[in-house]
Design a protein around this ligand. Structure first.
Ligand SMILES: O=C(O)C(=O)[C@H](O)CO
Ligand SMILES: [Mg+2]
Length: 260
């Protein structure tokens, strides 16, 4: 049975961020993820995790200048030094938070720019991250994003991410499969799950088309959860969705999976 992680960036927005740890624990979650921890001292977040008996299972490297449309700098030629600073900072936080996995954000490839150059830049920076994280047993994941969320992001299909994982040639770089994006871009989710299973390390879920709770829309998540069990997936499943109304009211789907 999947191990579900509350995504505190998307869930429990009814309360301030630092109160979401308690809310998630009260709702029955044992694991949490969120996009970026950097607004708070790592020690303060670790104290929250400990206070509510939660394990942090994922967070991301910094996104760069979101206002300017950036979504990661590690794929952007000329920003290598900044990328390495982001990676070093992510390592600092991962060690304090005892978080086993970091998503390294690649970046947007502006129209007219060489995708090949961005891809090679990302590969080089991932190798840097791999070397830094390896001694601490921390793994890296890459995620492909649908154009309606982030147009011209370096990785759109799962094959885009698989290609980079292969080219990086490091044994601590894996795939984060977000079924919301995968359904929007390519569908065929059960066969896709089979195809990526050897490098599948983190999963995220949300309904399609509205990115709400996994109990509506065009994806049959109970079937997907059984599929993940079938392939022996032992990672986490991040609940990265926008609640229809109130987070807790929308968690009825979770009742069947909550570890008592
Ligand atoms: O956008 C998503 O689906 C993510 O999981 C990343 O955290 C940010 O792109
Ligand atoms: Mg995601």
């Amino acid at each position: 049975m999947p191990k579900f992680a509350a995504n505190l960036t998307m869930l429990f927005n009814e309360v301030p961020f630092l109160d979401r740890f308690e809310a998630a624990a009260k709702a029955g979650f044992k694991y949490v993820e969120y996009l970026w921890p950097y607004e708070y001292p790592a020690e303060e977040l670790k104290a929250k995790l400990d206070q509510y008996g939660l394990k942090q299972v994922l967070f991301n490297s910094l996104p760069g200048d979101i206002e300017a449309g950036e979504w990661g700098v590690s794929a952007i030629p000329g920003r290598e030094e900044e990328s390495h600073k982001h990676i070093d900072l992510a390592l600092e936080y991962a060690l304090v938070l005892q978080c086993p996995t970091v998503l390294i954000m690649g970046g947007v490839v502006p129209p007219g720019e060489s995708r090949a150059k961005y891809k090679q830049t990302f590969i080089d920076n991932l190798r840097y991250a791999s070397e830094k994280f390896k001694p601490h047993g921390i793994n890296i994941v890459l995620e492909s994003l649908s154009p309606q969320v982030k147009e011209n992001y370096l990785m759109k299909t799962q094959d885009d991410a698989l290609e980079i994982i292969e080219l990086v040639e490091r044994d601590n770089v894996f795939l984060q499969l977000d079924y919301y994006h995968a359904q929007n871009v390519e569908g065929n989710l059960s066969r896709l799950t089979d195809r990526v299973k050897n490098v599948l390390y983190h999963v995220q879920i949300a309904s399609v088309p509205d990115r709400h709770e996994p109990d509506e829309g065009e994806i049959n998540y109970p079937f997907i959860f059984n599929k993940l069990d079938e392939i022996g997936y032992e990672g986490y499943v991040g609940c990265e969705y926008k609640p229809r109304t109130n987070t807790v009211d929308g968690l009825t789907w979770f009742d069947a999976y909550k570890t008592k």
